[in-house]
Ligand binder design. Structure first.
Ligand code: ZN
Length: 604
């Protein structure tokens, strides 16, 4: 007799063969579709807007009914259908996990990590059902000291997993099941409190992190974000929060989830014992952690309407990623300054990096960030050698549009209103009641919401900055808050109008800017430069050679295109700045200083 209180869906996941990178999953569906149950893996993972087809890593699958083995057939690239059965359906399959990124699944003899999108089959028609998941340890004694880090809640009752333990967990729906990544292995844990709730940082991989320092710096950043959205109650929107950090030699990436985030970072970016100031590497790590944490509100709870119900089979289109990723990119480093983890000068250095990245790339003049948002699936996430001409970053330029809106509102309201007011309005209307289905920010609502929150009508500006390609008036806006924006013109090297890098031992053009000298001379991305003005060059000597030339000088390049030797004569162009600097203006007015204090959250 079946237990009527047992959930209708039960998963068991076992790292069955870590050396072969294989998870085994068993799924029991108590009341399968009598027509034949369909099961599918998502084509993409929310937060990373590219079709990834996780089903390609399923390497074996079989199905059983109550008494006998059942046929199970593939009906499209990510969907299976089991033969009809009257009793419970059990499906067992293996998933190959060898993707050390925040978006997939990874398993070896040192640790395991997975997103639910890589391993848990969706039971079609049963997506709203609660389920239970047994997270089982690997077989054998070698992993007897492994622990589990996840915000997936423990199952209720006697069988529920203990803190950091293997065992039974639960999820209210399939969406919840795939929104709590899981790490297993021998990780270190750093704990602090913010917004009235416990925060843990689980660090895996070889590292020498000063945990106390990390907690000391992250806590005020989290507090500042909680206070931004909930200034009265200062209460976090989750019961606990978990940073899952994987430290590697070189790497960078983050993916947001409702109560946690998965971060991949360079171990040298983590703070070590005795570290005094915030180095550029540590600033990069803190900015990444701050970015994903901000997403707990902005995109995980406040969502574009297009994401209110994810369609996991195909692309979900919105023109608002510049708001959800761009504003988050604006606030990530700004919150470090407001939490006083970064000095204002260090914050301005980080912001100048964003300004430089946008102004260096002519793509901003050809694609709007609204278009880039819509086409993220085929362009931003799949960049090629033409990206500097054609693909603008809705992260970087979106952050600068957020800055432009923020500074405009502050200037026009004498500092009484800001972008923070819009964030709070979005939170109250679309985010706080997370369970309200179907809600989400409509595609064209932003200008009206901004006006409602601040009293400032920027509909025309937003149309030009985000839906058009007009240059942002950054220098003028920054001057209003006592900050000077200047191009670094000290480097007088004439322009080649191309980018290059060493690929192995070959100096290779990686991009050719349309309308520039290299383009005019017929050069192309992929060309391998074997000689410049008759001498062999590498990255360093080529740079030095260019620096000794003047604008309009002729430069003869011998290049291989595929295996064909070609000669091109380039007439070098005027020097072009590649870096911009932001500094605190020494003679700012009292009004500007007051606005700057409000913006950066500084006392003086
Ligand atoms: Zn993001």
């Amino acid at each position: 007799m079946p237990d009527p209180t047992a959930p209708a869906l039960r998963y068991r996941i076992t790292p069955v063969d870590p050396a072969a990178h294989l998870f085994e999953i068993e799924l029991v569906v108590q009341d399968p579709d009598p027509q034949g149950q369909r099961l599918a893996l998502p084509a993409w993972i929310p937060g990373s807007y590219m079709i990834r087809e996780f089903a390609r890593h399923v390497v074996a699958i079989e199905a059983r009914g109550a008494r006998r083995r059942l046929a199970i057939e593939k009906i499209d690239k990510h969907t299976w259908r089991a033969a009809p059965t009257t009793g419970a359906l059990t499906v067992r399959y293996r998933v190959y996990a060898w993707d050390l990124s925040v978006r997939g699944a990874h398993l070896d003899t040192t640790h395991g990590f997975y997103n639910g999108t890589s391993v848990f089959l969706r039971v079609l028609g049963r997506e709203d059902r609660a389920c239970e998941v047994l997270i089982a340890p690997p077989p054998g004694a070698a992993a007897s000291d492994w622990r589990v880090a996840t915000t997936l809640p423990a199952a209720r009752g006697r069988d529920g997993a203990r803190a950091w333990g293997f065992g039974w967990h639960r999820a209210d729906s399939y969406d919840a099941l795939i929104d709590h990544p899981v790490e297993m292995g021998r990780f270190d844990v750093v704990t602090f409190e913010a917004g009235g709730v416990r925060h843990d940082v689980a660090i895996t991989g070889v590292h020498d992190t000063d945990g106390a320092r990390l907690a000391k710096d992250l806590a005020p950043v989290c507090e500042a974000q909680v206070a931004l959205f909930e200034p009265r109650e200062a209460r976090a929107p989750f019961e606990r929060y978990l940073f899952l950090v994987t430290a590697v030699g070189e790497g960078y990436g983050g993916l947001e989830h409702r109560d946690s985030t998965a971060l991949l970072c360079a171990r040298n970016d983590l703070p070590h014992a005795g570290l005094e100031k915030v180095t550029n590497g540590y600033r990069t790590f803190l900015g990444l952690a701050s970015h994903e944490y901000f997403h707990s509100w902005h995109v995980k709870r406040i969502k574009p309407q297009a994401f209110a119900h994810y369609d996991l089979d195909r692309e979900n289109y919105t023109r608002l990623l510049w708001v959800f990723e761009g504003y988050t990119s604006y606030y990530d480093d700004l919150m470090l300054a407001r939490a006083r983890v970064l000095e204002p000068a260090s914050y301005l250095e980080a912001l100048a990096g964003t300004v430089s990245a946008v102004l260096r790339s002519p793509s901003r003049l050809h694609q709007s960030i609204a278009e880039s948002s819509f086409d993220a699936w085929i362009k931003y996430y799949r960049q090629d050698e033409n990206a500097p001409n054609a693909v603008v970053s809705y992260y970087a330029k979106g952050a600068l549009v957020a800055l432009a809106i923020d500074l405009t509102v502050r200037a026009r309201t004498g500092g009484r209103r800001s972008l923070d007011d819009l964030m709070r309005l979005l939170w109250r209307r679309y985010g706080r009641d997370f369970s309200r289905e179907g809600s989400g920010v409509p595609e064209d609502a932003l200008p009206a919401l901004l006006k409602e929150a601040t009293g400032v009508d920027l509909a025309d500006s937003i149309a030009r900055w985000a839906y058009g390609t007009e240059e942002l008036p950054l220098a003028a806006l920054l001057a209003r808050v006592g900050v000077k924006l200047q191009a670094n013109t000290s480097d007088r090297t004439p322009s080649l109008g191309a980018r290059w890098a060493m690929r192995g031992h070959e100096l290779t053009l990686t991009a050719v800017i349309h309308g520039g000298p290299a383009h005019a001379a017929g050069l192309s991305a992929g060309d391998v430069i074997v000689a410049a003005d008759g001498v062999r060059v590498d990255d360093k000597s080529f740079k030095a050679l260019l620096a000794r030339r003047r604008e309009r000088a002729r430069l003869t390049l011998h290049v291989f295109r595929r295996d064909e030797l070609r000669e091109h004569v380039v007439r070098l162009g005027a020097p072009e700045p590649s870096e911009w600097k932001l500094t605190l203006a020494p003679k700012a007015s009292h009004a500007a200083l007051a606005l700057r204090r409000g913006w950066l959250g500084t006392r003086a």
